[in-house]
Ligand binder design. Structure first.
Ligand SMILES: *Cc1c(COP(=O)(O)O)cnc(C)c1O
Length: 219
């Protein structure tokens, strides 16, 4: 069942877009089924849950922490997490940098932007992001690498609004690329699109989609 659903989603996604299977709340057997069908990128929104699952599953999985992150949780995943999507403060960057240094790694992160017309979603606006990137404190962080941006569109059936929010995120990406990351090929990811809106996200420049319920069923 998971195998078939995974194939349906995969067939809709172009080669250059990474599919992250969002497995939060789902049991190990479900992740294993997706893994057996060839899936290697998995997304979780809770650090502890991701750590537990990572211990039980093959080590060639790429783990993505996609949820809101508290500084006191960073240390538990610093040794293995591949990409942290929800980074929205300098304080969090400093803690990630500290733990990455301890673990002997350069940690890839994405800056989370607020693009939705809802007040429940976390994230930066463009000015806040630029203030962070301009700061001396940021420039001293040698153990993190900013690889792009992440955002969530409004939960609405209005396609035009969702498309417009994704275009906004794409513009933020281009602006930051131009002003801060022109000579950094690592800065290339736009993480946007979930089960309900990933085709719209891909049409508007997404490079990573985070798809949960459409693969694993409802939560
Ligand atoms: C849960 C979650 C997803 C996946 O949502 P679905 O609607 O199940 O595809 C994607 N991104 C984030 C940040 C999430 O928390």
């Amino acid at each position: 069942m998971i195998k078939e659903k995974l194939k349906v989603v995969r067939d809709e996604i172009p080669q250059h877009v990474t599919l992250i299977a969002v497995s939060k709340t789902k049991p190990i057997e479900d992740l294993q089924a997706a893994y057996d069908a060839g899936q290697r990128h998995f997304g979780e929104n809770k650090v502890q849950e991701m750590v537990e699952k990572a211990k039980q599953l093959p080590t060639d999985i790429h783990w993505h922490l996609i949820g809101h992150l508290q500084t006191n949780k960073v240390k538990y995943m610093a040794g293995f997490v591949n990409l942290i999507h929800g980074v929205d403060s300098l304080k969090l960057m400093e803690e990630i940098n500290k733990q990455a240094k301890k673990a002997g790694r350069i940690q890839d992160i994405l800056l989370q932007f607020y693009i939705a017309q809802e007040d429940t979603k976390f994230g930066l606006n463009l000015q806040e992001a630029m203030e962070i990137l301009d700061s001396q404190s940021f420039k001293q962080l040698k153990f993190i690498q900013v690889c792009g941006v992440m955002g969530m569109a409004s939960n609405t059936s209005d396609h035009n609004q969702v498309a417009s929010e994704f275009r906004t995120l794409k513009q933020f990406f281009e602006t930051l690329k131009q002003n801060y990351f022109q000579d950094q090929p690592c800065f290339k990811e736009i993480s946007m699109g979930m089960s309900g809106d990933y085709p719209i996200a891909i049409a508007n420049g997404s490079t990573m989609v985070r798809v949960g319920s459409k693969i694993f069923g409802g939560r």
